[in-house]
Every structure is written in C-alpha cells, then in structure tokens.
Design a protein around this ligand. Sequence first.
Ligand code: ADE
Length: 225
Amino acid sequence: MICFDILTLFPKLCAGAFMESILKKAQENRLIQVRCLNIRDWATDKHHVTDEPPYGGGPGMVMKPEPIFAAVESIRTERSHVILMTPGGRRFTQELASELSGKRHLIFVCGHYEGIDHRVSEFLVDDEISIGDYVLTNGAIAAAVVVDAIARLVPGVLGDGDSARDETFSSGTLEYPQYTRPHEFRGWSVPAILLSGNHRAIQEWRLTQARQKTQERRPDLLKGS
Ligand code: ADE
C-alpha cells in the first residue's frame, strides 16, 4: 500500500481525479490511499491567512511557510518522501514514476499564486518535481498527474492486460497503432495484415510502425538505442 497525501489550498481541484475508475477501485481495494488536504487547516491565525506579499516587492502573493511546515510535520513519518511541485523541479518521467513507486508515503506540497516561501524548498522538502516545461495555475493539478502515473505501477492496480502498456516508454519507442471493430468505418479500413492471423507478420508490422512513429515524433527516444 502506498499513501499519497496532497497538500494544497484547493483540495477539490485534485480530489476528483481519484473518485472514478481505476484509482477509485484501487483505494477501495486498499492498494493505495489518497488524501487531498487543505493547507489552510494548519493556519493558526484568526483569518487562516496562507499568503502574503513578497519581501522586496513585486507582483502577486507568496505562500507563507508556517502552515506548510505545520501540515507536513503533522503527517510526516520516517518513511515519508516530501515533494514540492514546481516548474523548477526535476522533470517527471516514467523512470521517476517507477522510482517513486517504491516509496511507502509520498507527500506533495502544491503551490499557488506567485510562489512559495523559499524556506520550504531549502529546509522542508526532500525533492522537487516538474511535470513539464510549462506553468500551471496550481501544483495540485500536477500532483494528480504524478499520483496517477505512480499508482498505476502498484501491483494489482491495473489488470494484466493493461500493465503491458508500460512498454510505451520502457521499450524506448512509442506505441504501435491499435484498431478494433468494425473493420471498415466511414470507408477507412483496418490494415489487412491485422486480419491475416499471421502473428509473426503482425508482430513485425507493429515493431516497424512503432519505430516509424517514434522516428517522426520523438527521435530523442531512439538516441542511444
Ligand atoms: N506548478 C505549476 N506548474 C507546474 C509544473 N509544470 N510542474 C509541477 N508543478 C507546477
């Protein structure tokens, strides 16, 4: 069982991602636990203030350190790995998902506004992760992406048929095209080879298609192979 705790000012933003389908079932089956927690609940002042203007001036607001430290310290154990979601973090990949799937408790600290007081990065978290080179309004959306990618690697979360799909990145190529019934749709036919029953030829065709697609779209994945 892996426990995921997402600390955010907007827990409803990510909670929905875990209320349907595979990850809902994984929680029911006690393979994973996901909690979306509100940082505001750890703000102790009367108005539950969580952000202030930046020292030194500049636009926007910065998230205060105290509620974030209090939240993490109240749920952290020796087995926890604390991750700050930020566009400045190390890039999230299938390999990193696989590495993190070996942890027992992941705590995600999610920013909002212009940023988070830098002492969170310096003195609280173990890791910083970005899901890509673009800026989201909210780290909670990024955390939901990361939790999904890790959770599906937990044994039992996917059926056997689905788990083979990890091949997309672990095999170093993108996936070959898939087709299902009907064999003709609006005049577009399924490639004849897939109906041939010749498993070896089908295998070769899929390999060629996967390599071609990777060469066209993601030649960087083929480098070094
Ligand atoms: N918060 C805002 N943008 C982000 C990104 N690209 N990755 C992780 N957290 C973020």
